[in-house]
Design a binder for this molecule. Structure first.
Ligand code: ARG
Ligand code: ZN
Length: 873
C-alpha cells in the first residue's frame, strides 16, 4: 500500500473549475460538487475517471446532467470510478458527511461550536469525491449555508461575492477564488466569530483588507499576529519581490488543530496557540513563534500556493523553502545570532535523532504509506538547511534572480524540486548536480577534521573526511557537496587570519567546498598558529568532529568572531566536561567539577556584554536531549545526574555573579516582545535558574517574588517552572494551585500549566500525569492538550519517561492505542520516543519494543501502522 515517486503520472482528467455547496449540519452536512473536467492532454483517451473519496455517503451522481445508472460507476472505501466519460464533461455529486463525528481533524470537522477544515495533505477526499492531488488545479466557487444564529460567519477562499437569507432561519454566503488551486488549499469556516480588521497597501497599490477571526473572548489577543502579518507582507515585497494577490486576507483561530497552521488560499487557519498572544498569557517564545508562523503561512502564498508541488514527494519544495524564508524574516526582525542558535539547537537535537532512527528519510522521500507521517523535521528543517546552503553557494544576488525566475516561470503550476534547483543553477551558472544528492540521500553526514600547522612554512593543512552512515533502505552513500564556512583564529592575536588557498586570497572568513570523501586544504601565509573555527553559522547540516582541546575551546569561546561558533565552542567545552561526568557516574566514581568550565563561565559573566540574548544562550548548558544525541548509548540517569552536577557546580561557584546578573537585568518597563526586552528576560531567567538549582535562599525568594509580581507570562511561567521543578513542594503546590485556578478559563494557559507539571524531575511525576489526564481541562480529543501533557512528558521528561520499570512507556502506548482510533495523525507522531529504542540499554530496549508490539497487535490506522512497522523492522 506504499506510493512511489517513480510511479508518478499526470492525472487522466483535470478539473477546470469546481463549484461547491455546503449545507451545514453537525451530523449530516450535504456537500454538492459540480466539477468541470477534461482529459489531460498527456494522457490517452477513453480512461475511466477515478476520484478519491473516503467516508462519503453518495446520494446523487450525474454526468452532464444525466443521473448515472448503478452499473456506470463504482464506489469503494477509497474512491469513486466512473467507467466511461467523454473528453470534456460536468460531473455532479452530492454526498453526506458528519463533521461532529470527525475526531481525526482532517476534512470538515467541528472545533467547539464552529465548523472548520484541514485538507492538506489528503483531507479534501473526506469532503467530496475529487482528484485529491496537488497537480490538479482548479478555480473554486463555494457556497456555504448555515444557521443564521449559530453560524453568523460563513467563510471560504477568495473574495466574497454574495450573501443572503434563506427559509427556516438559514442563510448563505458565496465565495469565489479566481486563482486555480489544488484541493489541499481549500478551506471553509463557519461559526459565531468576531473579527479584528486592518489594512495593507501593497507596493503596487492594491488595498488589502486583513482580518483575524476569533471567538469573542480572544478579541484582545490578536494585535501581535496582525502586526507580524503586516511586517511579513512588506518583508516579502522587499526580500523576494512578492506581493499579495487578493483583496482580502483572513486568519482564523481554532482550538482543535493537528498542526501549527495551514496556508489555505486567502483563508489561513491557525491553531489558536500559533496566533493568540497576550502579555499575561503568552511567553516571549510564544510571541516569537506566532510571528514566525504567521509569516510562514503568509509566505506560502507564493512558495506553495502560486507555485505548488507536483506530488507529495516534493513536499519540501514548499516547506523547506518557506521555512528558510520565515527563518530569514525572523532573523531580520530579531537577533539573528540567537535565531540561528535556537534553530540549530532544535535541529541538532531532533532532526539528527530522526536521521539516526528507523523513520529516517531523505528530504525528498521516494515512497510512503501515509503522507501525513512526512510532515517532519527532515522535510521542513533539513529542507530549509538545504535551501540555505544553496543560497550561500550561489550568493545573494543569484539567489534572488533564481527565485524570481522560479516564481515567474512556474506561476500557477505544480512543479518539482528539480525545477527549483534548476532555476538556481541557471541564475548562477553553477553545476548543482552533486548538490542534488542532498535531496535523495538520508542520514546526517559526519565529517572528521584534522589540522596541522607548519610553523617553519607558515602553512596550515586541513584534512576533511566525510561519511554518511547507512539509513533504512540506503546502505551505501555517496559523497555530498558540503559548503564549510571557516576562519583560522590566530592564537597570538585572537583575530581571524587572512586566508590564502591555492594562491587565492579569500578574506578572513571563507567557504570551502568539500566534495570528495577525503580532501585536503592547504592554507599558506599563515603567520601564527591558529585554532580553526569550522562550520561557522552551521553552514551545512552535518556533524563535525575536530580534536579540540579544552584550551582551544575556551579560546574560541572568548575570541571567535562568529557568534554562532563562539556559542558552539562553549557547548563543546561543556560536552567534554559532561562526558567525563557521565562516565564517572556510570563507574560509581566521585564527580569532580571541571574548573575550566567554571572559569569560562566566570569570564562570560564578567565580560562587557554586547548581545545579552547570545550571552543567555552561552550560559545555557546543552539539553539532556542534546547530550543524549552525542552518546553512543543513552544513559538517561547518568546524563541527568551529570547535567545537574554541572549546573549546581556552576551555581555554587558563581552564585554572586548569577545574582548580580539577575538583578541587573530586572526590567520595570511595560511588557513588549522587543528583541531588547526579550534578551534581558532570557539572561535574567537563566541566571535565576542557576540560583534555584542550588535552592539558594535569595534565589528562591526572587523566584517567588517574580511569580507573584505577575508582570508578564515569560517571568511568571519561568518562576513557576523553577519552583515546580525544585524539591520545595511547600512553595510549588500553592503556586500551581493559584495559577491553575486563575487561568482555568484559558485553554492555552492551561496547556502550559500541564507542561510545567509533567516535566518535574521528581519520580512521582508519572502519577501526576495520570491524575492530570482526568482533569476537566484535559481532553484526548484536543491535540494541544495531548501535546502539552503526554507529548511533553514523553519528549522532555527523559528520566521519568524512561523509568526502568517501563511504566512511562506503558502510559504512552496506552494513549497511542486510544488515539489510533480518534486521531491517527497525532497518534503516529506521539510514538516517536518509542521508535528510538535502539539507543538505550537492553532492558529498556525490550520494554520499549514490547510496547511497540502491543500497539502493533491493534487494528491500526495507516499512520500508526507505518511508524510501528518501521520501528520494529
Ligand atoms: N502546510 C502546513 C504548514 O506547514 C502544514 C500542514 C500539515 N498538515 C498535515 N496534515 N500534517 O504550514
Ligand atoms: Zn508550511
Amino acid at each position: 500500500q506504499a506510493t512511489h515517486l517513480s510511479d508518478y503520472r499526470p492525472p487522466a482528467y483535470r478539473v477546470i473549475c469546481t463549484e461547491l455547496t455546503f449545507d451545514l449540519d453537525p451530523a449530516a452536512t450535504r456537500v454538492k460538487a459540480s466539477l468541470h473536467l477534461e482529459r489531460h492532454p498527456q494522457r490517452e483517451a477513453g480512461l475511466p475517471l477515478e476520484l478519491d473519496g473516503e467516508g462519503l455517503d453518495l446520494k446523487v451522481i450525474a454526468l452532464d446532467g444525466q443521473p448515472l445508472e448503478a452499473d456506470e460507476y463504482a464506489v469503494s472505501d477509497t474512491g469513486l470510478i466512473v467507467h466511461r466519460v467523454p473528453e470534456r464533461f460536468r460531473l455532479e455529486t452530492e454526498v453526506e458527511i458528519a463533521p461532529q463525528a470527525n475526531t481525526a481533524l482532517e476534512g470538515l470537522y467541528r472545533s467547539g461550536s464552529m465548523y472548520c477544515t484541514q485538507c492538506e495533505a489528503e483531507g479534501f477526499r473526506r469532503i467530496t469525491f475529487y482528484p485529491d492531488r496537488p497537480d490538479v488545479m482548479a478555480t473554486f466557487t463555494t457556497t456555504v449555508i448555515g444557521d443564521a444564529e449559530r453560524e453568523p460567519v460563513l467563510l471560504s477562499n477568495g473574495n466574497p461575492v454574495e450573501r443572503g437569507s434563506l427559509p427556516n432561519g438559514r442563510h448563505f454566503a458565496t465565495w469565489e477564488d479566481p486563482h486555480p488551486k489544488p484541493s489541499y488549499l481549500f478551506a471553509l469556516v463557519a461559526g459565531d466569530l468576531e473579527k479584528v480588521e486592518d489594512a495593507f497597501t501593497t507596493a503596487s497599490g492594491r488595498e488589502v483588507t486583513l482580518q483575524i477571526w476569533v471567538e469573542e473572548e480572544n478579541l484582545g489577543k490578536t494585535d501581535h499576529a496582525m502586526a507580524s502579518l503586516k511586517r511579513a507582507m512588506s518583508w516579502d515585497e522587499q526580500a523576494y519581490g512578492r506581493e499579495y494577490d487578493l483583496d482580502l486576507f483572513m486568519i482564523v483561530a481554532v482550538n482543535d488543530f493537528n498542526m501549527g497552521a495551514m496556508e489555505n488560499k486567502g483563508l489561513n487557519i491557525f491553531n489558536s496557540a500559533a496566533v493568540l498572544t497576550h502579555v499575561h498569557t503568552a511567553t516571549d517564545a510564544a510571541f516569537q513563534r506566532v510571528e514566525s508562523i504567521v509569516a510562514h503561512e503568509y509566505f506560502h502564498n507564493w512558495s506553495g500556493n502560486r507555485v505548488t508541488c507536483r506530488d507529495w514527494f516534493q513536499l519540501s519544495l514548499k516547506e523547506g523553502f518557506t521555512v528558510y524564508r520565515d527563518q530569514c524574516f525572523s532573523a531580520d526582525t530579531n537577533s539573528p545570532a540567537v535565531k540561528r542558535i535556537e534553530d540549530v539547537s532544535v535541529f541538532r537535537t531532533s532532526q539528527f535523532a530522526e536521521d539516526a532512527g528507523p523513520t529516517a528519510h531523505p528530504v525528498r522521500p521516494d515512497h510512503y504509506i501515509e503522507i501525513g507521517n512526512f510532515y517532519t523535521l527532515t522535510i521542513y528543517e533539513k529542507g530549509a538547511e538545504v535551501v540555505r546552503m544553496l543560497a550561500n553557494l550561489v550568493g545573494k544576488e543569484a539567489f534572488r534572480r533564481g527565485s524570481d525566475l522560479y516564481f515567474d516561470r512556474f506561476d500557477g503550476r505544480a512543479v518539482t524540486i528539480e525545477d527549483f534547483v534548476g532555476c538556481m543553477a541557471e541564475a548562477s551558472g553553477l553545476d548543482l548536480t552533486q548538490f542534488m544528492r542532498w535531496y535523495s540521500q538520508a542520514g546526517t553526514p559526519e565529517i572528521d577534521a584534522f589540522g596541522e600547522y607548519d610553523y617553519a612554512r607558515g602553512e596550515y593543512r586541513l584534512m576533511l573526511r566525510q561519511r554518511t552512515p547507512a539509513t533504512p533502505g540506503q546502505p551505501d552513500k555517496q559523497p555530498l557537496h558540503i559548503p564549510i564556512r571557516l576562519g583560522l583564529v590566530g592564537t597570538k592575536s585572537g583575530r581571524d587570519l587572512p586566508l590564502t588557498l591555492n594562491g587565492e586570497t579569500l578574506g578572513s572568513d571563507a567557504v570551502i567546498d568539500l566534495r570528495e570523501a577525503e580532501q585536503e586544504f592547504l592554507f599558506t601565509d599563515v603567520s601564527e598558529a591558529p585554532v580553526p573555527s569550522l562550520l561557522r553559522g552551521f553552514s551545512a547540516p552535518v556533524k563535525l568532529r575536530f580534536p579540540y582541546g579544552r584550551e582551544d575551546l575556551a579560546f574560541l569561546l572568548a575570541n571567535d568572531s562568529d557568534g554562532f561558533n563562539r556559542w558552539d565552542a562553549g557547548q563543546r567545552l561543556a560536552m567534554l566536561a559532561l562526558d567525563d561526568l557521565i562516565a564517572a557516574h556510570r563507574n560509581g566514581v566521585e564527580k569532580v567539577m571541571d574548573t575550566r568550565v567554571v572559569e569560562a563561565f566566570r569570564g562570560l559573566l564578567s565580560a562587557e556584554i554586547d548581545d545579552r540574548a547570545v550571552l543567555a544562550e552561552m550560559l545555557t548548558l546543552p539539553s539532556e536531549a542534546y547530550i543524549a544525541e552525542q552518546q553512543p548509548l543513552v544513559d538517561v540517569d547518568a546524563i541527568h545526574a551529570a547535567r545537574t552536577f554541572v549546573k549546581q557546580g556552576l551555581a555554587t561557584a558563581l552564585r554572586d555573579d548569577f545574582l548580580r546578573v539577575y538583578r541587573e537585568n530586572h526590567c520595570d518597563e511595560s511588557y513588549a516582545p522587543t528583541p531588547e526586552q526579550i534578551a534581558g528576560r532570557s539572561l535574567k531567567n537563566v541566571a535565576l535558574s542557576y540560583l534555584v538549582a542550588i535552592e539558594d535562599e535569595e534565589g528562591i525568594a526572587q523566584a517567588m517574588e517574580q511569580f507573584e509580581a505577575d508582570h508578564n507570562m515569560t517571568d511568571v511561567r519561568h518562576a513557576l517552572t523553577l519552583l515546580t521543578h525544585s524539591s520545595r513542594d511547600d512553595l510549588s503546590e500553592p503556586a500551581l494551585r493559584a495559577f491553575g485556578e486563575k487561568w482555568a478559563h484559558d485553554t492555552l494557559v492551561m496547556d502550559q500549566w500541564f507542561s510545567i507539571q509533567v516535566t518535574r524531575p521528581q519520580p512521582d511525576v508519572l502519577d501526576r500525569v495520570k491524575f492530570l489526564m482526568e482533569h476537566p481541562a484535559f481532553s484526548l480529543k484536543n491535540p494541544n492538550k495531548v501535546r502539552a501533557l503526554i507529548g511533553t512528558f514523553a519528549g522532555q521528561n527523559r528520566v521519568n519517561f524512561h523509568r526502568i520499570d517501563g511504566e512511562g512507556y506503558r502510559l504512552l502506548a496506552d494513549v497511542v492505542i486510544e488515539l489510533n482510533r480518534l486521531n491517527p495523525e497525532i497518534a503516529a507522531r506521539l510514538i516517536t520516543p518509542l521508535t528510538r529504542w535502539a539507543r538505550f540499554d537492553e532492558t529498556r530496549q525490550e520494554l520499549m519494543k514490547a510496547e511497540l508490539e502491543r500497539i502493533r497487535a491493534e487494528k491500526l490506522s495507516p499512520n500508526v501502522y507505518e511508524v510501528v512497522e518501521k520501528a520494529l523492522a
